[in-house]
Structures are given as structure tokens and as C-alpha cells.
Design a protein around this ligand. Structure first.
Ligand code: SF4
Length: 296
């Protein structure tokens, strides 16, 4: 098949930094017995996690970051690229753990923003996905009223006085288009709301490139983990914006040739936490693939 390599794709600066930090800590402690833990998936990709575990960095996978700390009694704890709330930092300190913070600088910027808005008395509306660690950490920074909204129904259910000072911000890896639609609804409902769209540049560029490229191909393959919010969003925006079929694959093993029946051209992109070699293997496989012919 003809394969269009969509760019930019793959690792973003936040993921590169987090992996570099975790590997450096593992290297510095390879000869001592200090236990090293990552509090949740350092980045949302099982292959990256497995590699770090092979270097001695143990994964703590719990329902929340606070719960995860219950499983650690000593040693070093690495906070993941998604960031944590002040309550998690405080609990880690109380337990006497050595903290290594691998939070992405773009997420830290949202934390600083929420700190400031709270200090200035704003009611904060945060657009994000329930159960994801980034909203958990970011919302935890609010010292005043804060509301997590995921969709239109959540916005309709908001019970906030029009007289309140209201600001809206969001998770860094959401769909650019969904988020601007939700912000538009909030602006209608609260005309004086202040908007701080915090979708990161890496997410925005990958989504825009995928949607633009999808118009010229018959299908798009997104290489990434089902855990990865930004990878799932790439599939979503290609399907919704370009109306092109899209498939999320963790590795080349997940590809099913029948997806490409009768097709000649496919686009390939990858999430911000996907190792480059996995994408390269997918591209090579698709280049060599002869898809099934369309039955007449
Ligand atoms: S996707 Fe964006 S916010 Fe998340 S780690 Fe990468 S640069 Fe940072």
C-alpha cells in the first residue's frame, strides 16, 4: 500500500523529558537498594512502562495517585507526566519519600493557572475526562469552587450563580474541536467567563496534521496505547472531522488486513507517548501489505 507518514507524530517534549528523568534516576541508583516507583504509568504506553520496569522502576497502578502512595513506604517516587495535586505532594513528603517530579511543563502551566485563579477568587470550570490522572491532579490545585465538565449535559447541569467570577480551562490532550464547542456553550451560558484553553501545542499540531492528511487517504492508522488519551483523540478527530475510517493499534500485531479491503493509500500517525520503533514497524508492514480485493 501507499503509506502517507503524517507529521508531526509520536513523542512530544513532555514524554521525552519524563522518560529521560526516569532513566537517569534508575541509572543513578542501579548499584544501591533504594526502591524507585512511578506513581501510575509514567506516560500512557505499556511498552515504555515495561522498559522502565526492566531498569528497576516499579509501577504503582492504583485508582488514584493518593491511593497509590499507600503502597509505598520508602524510597523514591516519580510523579508522572500528567502531574499530581498538592495533596499528593504533601502525602509523599509526610511519608518521607524522595520526590522526583516528571510533570510535563505544559501541565504545570495549567496547575499554576488554577492556583492563580483560585487565589483571585474565581470559580473554575475544568473541561476534562473523568478518571484520567491529569484532571485529578489539576483539579486538586483549586482551593475554591471547581467543576469538572466532560460534555454538554455536564454544562447544562452546572449550578453556578451568574454573579460569580468564572474561568474555564481544560485538559491538555482533548479534541481541539470538541473543546472549542464546549467553551462556546459555556460562553453562551456565562457571558463574562474568562477562557484559558490549555490544549498543548503537541496535541493541537498532531490532531490538525492528522485531519488534514486524512482527506487524501482512505484510512488512517494511529499507533498508540488504548490508555493514551491523545492517541484515542487522534482516532476520534480523524473519524469525526475528516470522515475517514481510523484504527488505533498498539503494535503491528493488532492490524487486520481486511480493514483496508479495496484500498490503496493509508495514513499513519502516532500518539505523543508511542515509541518510534512501534510506528516504524507499522509503516513497514503496511507498505508491504497487499490488501484484500473488493468483491464486486
Ligand atoms: S501531550 Fe502535551 S501535555 Fe501531554 S506530555 Fe505531551 S506536551 Fe505535555
Amino acid at each position: 500500500m501507499n503509506v502517507v507518514r503524517i507529521t508531526p507524530r509520536g513523542y512530544c517534549h513532555g514524554v521525552v523529558d519524563a522518560i529521560r528523568i526516569a532513566k537517569r534516576i534508575a541509572e543513578e541508583h542501579q548499584d544501591d537498594r533504594v526502591p524507585i516507583y512511578m506513581l501510575g504509568y509514567l506516560v500512557h504506553n505499556e511498552h515504555v512502562t515495561a522498559e522502565l520496569e526492566s531498569f528497576g522502576v516499579q509501577l504503582i497502578d492504583a485508582a488514584s495517585r493518593l491511593d497509590g502512595l499507600d503502597a509505598i513506604s520508602e524510597g523514591i517516587v516519580i510523579f508522572t507526566a500528567h502531574g499530581v495535586s498538592p495533596a499528593v505532594i504533601e502525602k509523599a513528603r509526610e511519608k518521607g519519600l524522595t520526590i522526583i517530579d516528571a510533570t510535563c511543563s505544559d501541565v504545570t502551566r495549567t496547575h499554576d493557572l488554577i492556583d492563580r485563579l483560585s487565589a483571585e477568587g474565581y470559580t473554575v470550570i475544568y473541561i476534562g475526562k473523568r478518571g484520567h490522572p491529569e484532571p485529578e491532579g489539576s483539579i486538586g490545585h483549586a482551593k475554591g469552587p471547581v467543576y469538572l465538565v466532560e460534555d454538554r449535559a455536564d454544562i447544562e447541569a452546572l449550578d453556578i450563580a451568574q454573579t460569580a467570577h468564572i474561568a474555564v480551562t481544560c485538559q491538555t490532550t482533548l479534541s481541539v474541536w470538541d473543546t472549542s464547542e464546549l467553551i462556546g456553550l459555556l460562553e453562551k451560558r456565562f457571558p463574562d467567563i474568562e477562557v484559558f484553553n490549555e490544549i498543548c501545542l503537541a496535541t493541537q499540531q498532531r490532531q490538525e496534521a492528522a485531519v488534514a492528511a486524512a482527506a487524501a487517504v482512505e484510512s488512517v492508522v494511529v499507533v498508540g496505547s488504548p490508555r493514551s488519551s491523545n492517541s484515542r483523540r487522534l482516532v476520534q478527530v480523524v473519524e469525526e472531522r475528516a470522515k475517514t475510517p481510523a484504527h488505533l493499534v498498539d503494535t503491528v500485531e493488532d492490524i487486520r488486513p481486511e480493514w483496508f479491503t479495496g484500498m490503496t493509500t493509508v495514513g499513519v500517525t502516532s500518539g505523543a507517548s508511542t515509541p518510534t520503533h512501534l510506528t516504524r514497524e507499522v509503516i513497514t508492514f503496511l507498505e508491504e501489505l497487499e490488501p484484500p480485493r473488493q468483491e464486486n
